[in-house]
Write a protein that binds this ligand. Structure first.
Ligand code: PMT
Length: 223
């Protein structure tokens, strides 16, 4: 592992889930544990980068030499990500951001009524990685993830194009041994030119391989 591939570079990484409140005691969220994003932050710091981790609520220790900003909602994650993004070289979006949030947050705990069916109204959240990739000035090299349960590579390729990303990490989350909340992962790194498969290993190991590969693509793009 080349310990200095990212020395002097600034990297921002999102990790974990977001929580979208319904009322003071309830929220909508997902099973992301933050393990993948935290492992990437550790690997990027080990590769010499200065790393800012923007994290949703998780139960993990912050890796050494990593600055961590804790957030809850997608809107907070967007604001924390954009803060200083123009000074950053590389952005990696590993967070599982809620695509929608409740239209309104009830001021008081929602009471159980007599109705059998209750409907929630949701509104689309901002897309953090697409916002960063669309910046007109100070756009960093931008890497997304694609969590898919079928047609993994095809969907990843369409997200790569639609969100205007430089690279996307395709993650099959239908297999419980890899993906959400597992200790292991297996992914395919997808670029406009091709694909690199990274077979199942610990998220820590995989993160080191991903940082190495991403750094090569990034350095090529700047030379
Ligand atoms: O946290 P772990 O338990 O370790 O699990 C890791 C993981 C499975 C969460 C991770 O490997 C992963 O795949 N992260 C992306 C999860 C996801 O929400 O994927 P998506 O296909 O819905 O989103 C595509 C990309 O857009 C992602 O880079 C996501 O961060 C980004 N996005 C999505 C919606 C949104 N509003 N803003 C975003 O930035």
């Amino acid at each position: 592992f080349e310990h200095t591939v990212l020395s002097g570079k600034r990297v921002v990484i999102t990790a974990g889930p977001t929580r979208e409140p319904l009322d003071p005691v309830r929220y909508i969220s997902n099973h992301s544990s933050g393990k993948m994003g935290y492992a990437l932050a550790e690997a990027a710091a080990d590769a010499g980068a200065s790393v800012k981790l923007v994290s949703g609520p998780v139960m993990l220790p912050v890796p050494p030499r990593v600055e961590c900003v804790q957030v809850e909602t997608a809107e907070e994650m967007l604001a924390a990500t954009l803060d200083g993004i123009e000074a950053c070289d590389l952005f990696i979006a590993a967070a599982a951001v809620a695509d929608y949030r409740p239209v309104a947050i009830a001021e008081h705990k929602i009471k159980k009524g007599s109705e059998e069916i209750m409907e929630l109204r949701l509104v689309k959240n901002p897309d953090i990685v697409a916002t960063v990739a669309g910046l007109e000035t100070g756009r960093p090299f931008t890497v997304g993830f694609a969590a898919e349960t079928r047609d993994v590579i095809d969907y990843a390729r369409s997200k790569l194009a639609r969100k205007r990303l430089d690279l996307i990490v395709a993650n099959d989350v239908s297999n419980p041994e890899i993906g959400f909340n597992s200790d292991d992962n297996a992914v395919t790194l997808v670029s406009a030119e091709g694909e690199t498969g990274l077979p199942q290993t610990s998220k820590r190991q995989l993160a080191r391989q991903l940082i190495e590969q991403i750094a090569q693509h990034y350095l090529k793009s700047t030379s």
